[in-house]
Design a protein around this ligand. Structure first.
Ligand code: NAP
Length: 313
């Protein structure tokens, strides 16, 4: 059934993928931008609303005007800034921004809010690959702890609001066009410059999500699936000892250098060392069972190969 859908973060890497997919399914789409001139970047939509999610008054007014059934929250703050500020900005958008959006969505009579969350926030303990029942690492050190607590607060706001069905989509490491893994992206540049090493046995696990799949999961939960948190990740969680040399090879970069844990701790931020040595992966079983979602890119190997023009299709 066609729905009225309001999309925030419409100019972002997931939002830009999502808009044509929504229209392709026959939904009525209103896209939120912060500046009216950004409407030119959106392609075909049914309506454009202009507001900042931190401005509750304007947000409420434009949402009431759009009168959506479902609100999709794809706002994050990593663009054009360093990692630390991006995490801080994103944490604020996840807490205060989500509260504003839920409040405005309720005023507008929407019945569901689907929001971007993160599958990298699990406490690194027990199984190598974790499901949604695993605890979040809310007492992680420093800025990562603050980021995980923001994920927890966002999900709690979504899942406890009595007037809304909240769905949190816990994305893995986003890759695809215009992400940090794409040519000119931050991680692409770092790996080309030998700035991401193999640490010890490279046992830290990353679950990847292609942006096309990040957008595709939204389509599946617009009307179906119970309120809750769902991992949206590919089928192949990968140790850094697997994906890092493979990625370096595909981009024509140097093979990663090897460091001991002590050397890595001296040279890198502890969060990077954690990601490369201890981070756990995530499973996508809950979303598969709940709504029948299947990734278009089940393995990062094919997804990266496609991104770099190496995949025969
Ligand atoms: N998403 C993640 O979890 C994550 C984590 C680490 C790294 N990265 C990498 O970071 C890169 C880009 O990420 P990004 O966070 O900048 O995402 P993005 O793809 O640029 O999307 C962010 C969206 O949020 C919007 N937005 C930001 N603040 C807003 C506000 N106050 N009110 C309304 N809308 C607002 C932006 O609009 P404007 O066009 O107005 O700015 C944009 O549409 C990608 O390469 C990705 O791989 C992402």
């Amino acid at each position: 059934m066609p729905l009225r859908v309001f999309v925030t973060g419409a100019t972002g890497v997931v939002g830009r993928m999502l808009l044509p997919q929504l229209r392709g399914r026959g939904h009525h789409v209103t896209a939120l931008v912060r500046r009216a001139r950004d409407a030119d970047r959106l392609g075909d939509v049914d309506g454009v609303a202009v507001a900042d999610v931190m401005d509750l008054r304007t947000l409420r007014r434009v949402l009431i005007g759009a009168s959506p059934d479902v609100v999709v929250h794809q706002v994050t703050g990593f663009r054009s800034t360093d990692c630390a500020s991006g995490m801080q900005r994103t944490a604020h958008l996840r807490t205060a921004g989500t509260e504003n959006l839920i409040s405005a969505a309720v005023s507008a009579g929407a019945h569901r809010v689907v929001a971007q969350s993160a599958a990298s926030a699990y406490f690194p303990h027990g199984h190598e690959v974790l499901d949604e029942e695993a605890p979040l690492w809310t007492d992680a050190p420093g800025r990562w702890g603050a980021a995980v607590r923001a994920v927890e607060a966002q999900e709690e706001a979504l899942l406890t609001c009595p007037d809304i069905e909240g769905v949190a989509l816990r994305y893995g490491a986003l890759y695809g066009p215009d992400t940090s893994f794409a040519p000119a992206g931050r991680i692409h540049r770092m790996i080309r410059g030998s700035a991401v090493p193999l640490v010890e046995d490279g046992g830290g696990i990353t679950s990847f999500t292609h942006v096309e799949d990040a957008a595709g999961a939204v389509l599946e939960v617009l009307a179906d699936g119970e309120s809750g948190a769902y991992n949206v990740v590919d089928n192949e969680p990968a140790q850094s000892s697997e994906w890092l040399p493979a990625y370096a090879h595909m981009i024509g970069g140097p093979a990663p250098v090897s460091l001991t844990r002590e050397q890595a701790r001296e040279q890198l931020h502890w969060l990077t060392v954690h990601q490369l040595t201890e981070q756990r992966g995530a499973t996508n079983f809950r979303l598969r069972e709940a709504v029948g979602w299947r990734p278009v890119w089940p393995s990062w190997r094919e997804g990266f190969a496609d991104l770099f023009g190496l995949w025969p299709g």
